[in-house]
Design a protein around this ligand. Structure first.
Ligand code: BG6
Length: 480
């Protein structure tokens, strides 16, 4: 196979008039272009139902392109102009083989040579299958020898174990596994990618990374904004399907898994699957679900979830969930994993905490001085990416007081490099054909098995979530 930059590449964004395309995908492609990482002969085709021509599409996307990799403003303007000339727009229906054939013909006409094809499905889940059939039906997956056609799928991958399995089976009849890239953008975040390095490239963590030394683990995702602007989509899913079943479980897998045989995508997925398959399904008895209500935050009126016009009256969709996960294997038996995810909380933060146990015996006990605190490792995924190890230290001076102090590594202080956006890394990996940061189908299956029984139970009972004021996390009674 040739170097990924040498072959011409058509990147087709399906759902190009949508939010993800505008906010994340096109800016990520522009950043890759500025860094000289895209194939030399790349064309980006936006595809959607809205009527637009190439020029209108270019105008629509310009405002979100930024030049953080090319601070020189002259350079930036020039780069932007060239990049925009590589972007085109094709109007079409998703369920029309004819419209996709028209796209195919246009691409064939506009390219000098054969090209690779990357399809990015930035579209609602209910049209995944029709769209995939149109791509397949228009012959867009049939490529000449030495070229590839790849498809990137974004969650939600179904609503529960059964619908996910049906979706996967149908998609597999159109796209082979090697050409399918199921994205979970958290896997492209720098700190999440670092989890394997931290655990397996340092001697000091692995010996204590188990039930003998760890008291509990917590993984918490919080956002300080509600569902404004996305409530129509969100109401069909809720926070457990939107964040917990995917982003959080992927973090659990990377924190908890055994070392993979190698960095090969299959070996990494095998370990993640083993870990998630050892977890018991989460239960109603250990879960709290909440929904935010209107509140005044810093003098500003914030609407409740049900106040949103896009939310059906009386919706019981949860915007917050806190639960406890139990992993039944020799490494983790008895160590609770506290998982939480919520919208409209007091802060925007994603953080992993590893709480170590108390000392088995302390020579400082009984001295009348403050006792040593148990160690804690905090891995902050965002914002202000950091790794902090809490250690007990003697307070300088004539006495023998002790204090919990942080040994901290802030990414911004330790590295000069700009942290790439997750989508930059992941799009580049699709072009390079590296699937190690993408989900394999088995990971989806075991992930859904952990949450499906509870989701079904909540739906059946139809119980209202607890209400919490916008900007305040509900009480859950767990240490984290
Ligand atoms: C998405 C969810 O997958 O992740 C959103 O659908 C959420 O609801 C988003 O806001 C959070 O991503 P990030 O990268 O901003 O933490």
């Amino acid at each position: 196979m040739k170097d990924h930059k040498e072959q011409a590449c058509n990147i087709i964004i399906l759902g190009a008039s949508g939010d993800l395309s505008k906010r994340k995908l096109l800016p990520a492609l522009f950043a890759l272009y500025c860094n000289g990482m895209l194939p030399h002969d790349t064309r980006v085709y936006g595809y959607a139902r809205s009527k637009m021509d190439d020029q209108q599409f270019r105008e629509k996307i310009t405002a979100n392109l930024n030049c953080r990799y090319t601070p020189d403003s002259n350079d930036c303007a020039e780069k932007m102009e060239t990049f925009l000339k590589m972007c085109f727009y094709q109007v079409g229906q998703y369920d029309s083989i004819q419209d996709f054939t028209a796209l195919n013909e246009r691409m064939a006409k506009e390219k000098r040579a054969d090209a690779n094809h990357l399809f990015y499905m930035s579209i609602p889940p209910d049209i995944f299958i029709d769209t995939s059939c149109s791509i397949g039906g228009a012959g867009l997956m049939d490529v000449p020898d030495g070229f590839w056609s790849r498809v990137v799928l974004e969650k939600p991958f179904g609503r529960d174990s059964k619908s996910s399995a049906i979706l996967m089976k149908t998609l597999k009849s159109i796209f082979d596994e090697e050409s399918t890239y199921r994205i979970d953008h958290y896997l492209g975040k720098e700190v999440i990618q670092n989890l394997m390095t931290l655990r397996f490239a340092n001697l000091i963590f692995e010996p204590v990374w188990n039930r003998n030394y760890i008291d509990w683990v917590s993984i918490a995702f919080s956002e300080d904004i509600g569902c404004e602007g996305r409530a129509g989509y969100f109401d069909n899913f809720g926070i457990m399907r939107d964040v917990l079943q995917n982003h959080i479980l992927q973090i659990v897998a990377l924190v908890g898994m055994e070392a993979p045989v190698s960095l090969d995508a299959k070996h990494i997925a095998d370990e993640k699957v083993k870990l998630l398959a050892s977890a018991a399904a989460i239960t109603a008895a250990e879960t709290i679900v909440g929904q935010y209500i209107a509140n005044t935050v810093d003098g500003e009126e914030k609407p409740g979830y049900l106040d949103d016009d896009e939310v059906p009256e009386g919706s019981i969709t949860e915007t917050y969930a806190h639960t406890i996960m139990h992993i039944n294997n020799p490494r983790w038996s008895g160590v609770p994993f506290y998982l939480s995810a919520g919208k409209a909380l007091d802060t925007r933060k994603t953080e992993i905490q590893i709480q170590f146990k108390d000392l088995p015996y302390s020579i400082f006990n009984g001295t009348g001085k403050e006792n040593p605190q148990a160690n804690k490792l905090v891995i902050r995924v965002q914002p202000n990416e950091a790794i902090e190890l809490h250690v007990t230290n003697k307070v300088p001076g004539m006495g023998m007081e002790m204090e919990d102090v942080k040994l901290d590594m802030l990414y911004h202080d330790s590295f000069d490099e700009e942290l790439p956006d997750a989508y930059e890394r992941l799009l580049l990996d699709v072009i390079r054909g590296d699937r190690s940061l993408f989900l394999q189908d088995e990971e989806l299956r075991v992930g859904w098995d952990i949450v499906t029984p509870l989701l079904h139970q909540l739906e059946k009972e139809g119980k209202k979530p607890v209400q919490y004021p916008y900007g305040q996390e509900p009480e859950h009674g767990c240490p984290a």
